[in-house]
Write a protein that binds this ligand. Structure first.
Ligand code: LLP
Length: 423
């Protein structure tokens, strides 16, 4: 469920018509609903708590939506943060996420990043390889610390979905095999700079079936039991994120309740704290990208291009993953739907959001919303073609606030300078 609905013939976010935001802030613009973010987080948390899980750590995957106001909304509900860079650690801290609820993932953390995270006091560093284990050990020792680490396992399961977002197959770059994990865990327990506290996995994103997750998590349970049988201590099992959302063209994903029931089944009696790293399931349907129609170019030969002021630099998912986003006019006009090729102004054929999409009749100046754009939308935006970075707005009830303004052209140019010999 989300809070983007037609009110008096106009698409609104909670109590604010999206057209009002478009007028005030300009387009393109991302708009997020506080109520939807809160609802998605609490539904997932309650489903997991209903399974009797003890104090699960729900660490929102900051990469999905890294706006500090969004993170602040979730932090206020007790969310932790799954981060993959120093920048993301800083964002989580700025949003008020307590360091003991931050987990640090990623295959290539640098020494300064690890040092920063240890200084901040993050809960756990998810170590993805043997060289990384030694890097963390070295940095922690130099700082006179002992770093809590989890070993990230690659469970070698196929999670379905787009190849570019599958992470849990043996030929993906993430994590180590089960046998390596056992060896590294033992190694870690003998190193002075680290303290192994658990194991972690994350098998992919936009997963729409429980079976691959259940297979992976059962294997993870087996690993916990084997390590414990060898006398090792484990406090936490991190099961990653990955739960999919409906994008309207894909099989309906499992509900948070079904997901939680599966977790309850697989981890029954294990007596361990569970951690989760959900991103998309919390943020995707809590955000839309609002854009204005610049014009409609109808070719006599037949194609009808809907040219928008949003482009692939603002929302790259269709270009990168052939992703489907529902497109809704903010004030739908009556009339038979027409087939449009929906494109942006960027000078690349890839700047095509969709082809032959049936939409209500549209005119130049109309506003449309790309739905399900709250995850991996603004977070992946760029200034390609020197288009100012797309702004972000947060709505709560009948209020809205610009939580990342659109930079001016001067802001954009001030970041660059002539080389000394050009002065
Ligand atoms: N944990 C780790 C270690 C991850 O790598 C990811 C996502 C997550 C958690 C969160 O996964 P989620 O719950 O959001 O599925 N840009 C792509 C998605 C890339 C996902 C990368 N890793 C897209 O737009 O579909």
């Amino acid at each position: 469920m989300n809070h983007f609905e037609l009110q008096g013939g106009e698409l609104a976010c909670e109590g604010v018509p999206l057209s009002r935001i478009a007028e005030a802030v300009g387009t393109p613009v991302y708009v997020y609903s506080t109520a939807t973010l809160e609802r998605h987080f609490t539904v997932l948390r309650d489903a997991l708590t209903d399974q009797g899980l003890k104090d699960p750590l729900i660490a929102f995957a900051v990469k999905a939506n890294s706006n500090v106001a969004v993170l602040r909304t979730l932090a206020a509900l007790g969310a932790g943060a799954d981060v993959v860079s120093e920048g993301e650690v800083r964002r989580a801290l700025a949003a008020g996420v307590p360091p003991e609820r931050i987990v640090f993932s990623g295959v290539g953390k640098t020494e300064p990043e690890v040092a920063f995270a240890l200084e901040a006091g993050v809960a756990e560093i998810n170590v993805e390889s043997e060289p990384e284990l030694h890097l963390v050990n070295r940095v922690a020792q130099q700082m006179g610390r002992r770093a809590a680490v989890a070993i990230r396992v690659n469970p070698d399961v196929s999670a379905g979905g787009h190849a570019k977002i599958s992470t849990g197959k043996a030929d993906n770059k993430f994590g180590v095999s089960f046998s390596e994990a056992e060896r590294l865990y033992a190694t870690a327990s003998n190193l002075a700079g680290v303290r192994p506290v658990g194991v972690a996995c994350h098998i992919g994103s936009q997963i729409t079936e429980l079976a691959p997750m259940e297979a992976a998590f059962s294997k993870m349970r087996g690993l916990v039991e084997r390590l414990r049988a060898e006398g090792m201590g484990l406090e936490r099992l991190d099961l990653g994120g990955g739960l999919g959302v409906p994008y309207f063209n894909q099989p309906a994903p499992p509900s948070p309740a079904d997901y939680a029931a599966m977790i309850g089944r697989v981890t029954k009696g294990l007596d361990i704290q569970l951690a989760f790293e959900p991103g998309r399931v919390i943020a995707a349907n809590a955000g839309v990208l609002v854009s204005r129609v610049i014009h409609i170019h109808e070719r006599p030969e037949g194609r009808r291009f809907l040219v928008l002021d949003a482009a692939m630099n603002d929302l790259i998912r269709p270009a990168m993953y052939d992703a489907y986003h529902d497109i809704r006019p903010l004030a739908p006009r009556p009339g038979e739907p027409l087939a449009y090729d929906v494109v942006g102004p960027i000078c690349e054929t890839g700047d095509t959001f969709t082809r032959d999409r049936l939409l209500p009749p549209l005119q130049a100046g109309d506003l449309v919303a790309f739905m399900t754009a709250g995850a991996y939308g603004a977070a992946m935006a760029s200034e390609y073609n020197s288009r100012p970075l797309v702004p972000e707005v947060l709505v709560k009830g009948d209020q809205f606030a610009v939580v990342r303004p659109r930079p001016s052209y001067d802001d954009m140019l001030e970041r660059e300078r002539a080389a000394p010999w050009q002065a």
